[in-house]
Design a protein. Structure first.
Length: 152
């Protein structure tokens, strides 16, 4: 009987220790996540807050799922940065893109402006803009003064 009580006591103590360790690990993990989130500069966060929830969601979707052409359509993003963004996926928030090399505050501000504008399509380089007809730069000829006829 003593052995059963001892075994039961050991079991209760070990379960209690495991629960205590789990409680210690959870706050540490949460603290690490908040530190990671806190690493985003306040200016970047302020720029991101200017987006509506819909715009923020669309930009995050574009960053996580967009192909090369969609990423390159964002102002400030070329082929090299697009490849770096694709490599850094997935992003949990739009501000996470600033952790990608080459994407700083200025580029992020351009991304946000692009999102606010409704993600307009970049003009194709193959289709030139229609130009207004050019005005002639040659001066108009002046009429020569009429010669007076001499009376004889």
């Amino acid at each position: 009987m003593k052995s059963y009580i001892t075994l039961l006591l050991l079991l209760v103590v070990s379960v209690g220790l495991q629960a205590a360790e789990t409680k210690k690990k959870a706050p540490a993990k949460a603290k690490a996540e908040t530190e990671e989130t806190a690493k985003v500069p306040a200016k970047i966060e302020a720029i991101a807050k200017s987006l509506t929830t819909t715009q923020r969601g669309k930009l995050l979707d574009l960053l996580n799922k967009g192909d090369d052409s969609a990423l390159v359509a964002i102002p400030g993003i070329g082929e090299t940065r697009a490849a770096a963004i694709k490599k850094a996926r997935p992003f949990n928030d739009v501000t996470d893109v600033t952790k990608v090399e080459g994407v700083g505050e200025g580029t992020f501000a351009e991304m946000v402006a692009h999102a606010k504008a409704g993600f307009p399509k970049a003009e194709s380089k193959a289709e030139p803009k229609e130009e207004e007809p050019k005005k002639s730069t040659t001066p108009k000829k002046k009429k020569a003064p009429a010669k007076k006829s001499e009376a004889k």
